[in-house]
Design a binder for this molecule. Structure first.
Ligand code: SAM
Length: 220
């Protein structure tokens, strides 16, 4: 499943804020504990054998690879607009022999039919999007989820106009990124048509405070 050529012309903010910094993404993620936020999200998703899981904004693939390792009988897909990040993800998957589908595309225009997945995961991706695109991305997540499927989001959190934490301050200095630091995720989830949005957990890391959210698609 591939994104269309038109989608590739869209602007996006890469993992470290700049393409040249991408080689630092994995070492810094390990150093600052970014990878440690992934396991609780996979556990929260309670994936069952045979289910289909999508990570939107998978970057270099750490979360999708962990999900595939912990749930070898699930079908895992990682999607990101950044071809360099996807190339890294593909190399890691090949080295580890972990089967994951990698697709290039944008969260706000997912290249999948309605009701394709049982679980959608998003880790540190929403704060890369403009306000309108956040809602568009969440609407798309709802569209590709099956009735009763669930979305699981971990992202930077905390009140205040200025981001706190090392990575938040150094790598993400653009004003539009501050919007998700204001605890708006439950409201955005409702606006996108999800039901029962809940904050599942909140943890403070070296790179900043993070909140975990879960929401469900309506049963039809
Ligand atoms: C901070 S990285 C997080 C990567 C990974 N999810 C993790 O937890 O390590 C944010 C990612 O969001 C991706 N991204 C930016 N805009 C996007 C969009 N419109 N749709 C999907 N992903 C996007 C970036 O390319 C980057 O890989």
């Amino acid at each position: 499943m591939n994104a269309t050529a038109g989608e590739h012309r869209r602007h996006y903010l890469p993992g470290m804020g700049h393409h040249r910094l991408l080689p630092l993404y994995d070492p810094l993620s390990r150093l600052l504990g970014v990878t440690a936020i992934h396991r609780p999200l996979v556990e929260q998703a309670a994936v069952r054998p045979g289910q289909r899981l999508l990570e939107i904004g998978c970057g270099t693939g750490n979360l999708a690879l962990l999900a595939a390792r912990l749930h070898p009988r699930a079908e895992v897909t990682g999607l990101d607009p950044d071809p360099r990040a996807l190339a890294r993800a593909r190399r890691k998957a090949a080295r580890r022999g972990t089967p994951v589908h990698w697709d290039r595309g944008f969260a706000q225009d997912l290249p999948y039919p309605d009701a394709t997945f049982d679980r959608v995961l998003s880790s540190l991706m929403l704060h890369h999007l403009e306000a309108d695109d956040k809602v568009a991305a969440l609407r798309e997540a709802r569209r590709v989820l099956r009735p009763g499927g669930t979305l699981h989001v971990v992202d930077l959190a905390g009140a205040g106009a200025r981001p706190r934490g090392l990575v938040a301050r150094l790598a993400h200095r653009r004003p539009r990124l501050h919007a998700t630091f204001e605890d708006r995720i439950p409201a955005l989830l409702e606006e996108a048509g999800f039901v029962d949005p809940v904050e599942v957990d909140r943890r403070v890391h070296l790179f900043g405070p993070c909140a975990y959210h879960r929401a469900a698609t309506p049963m039809v």
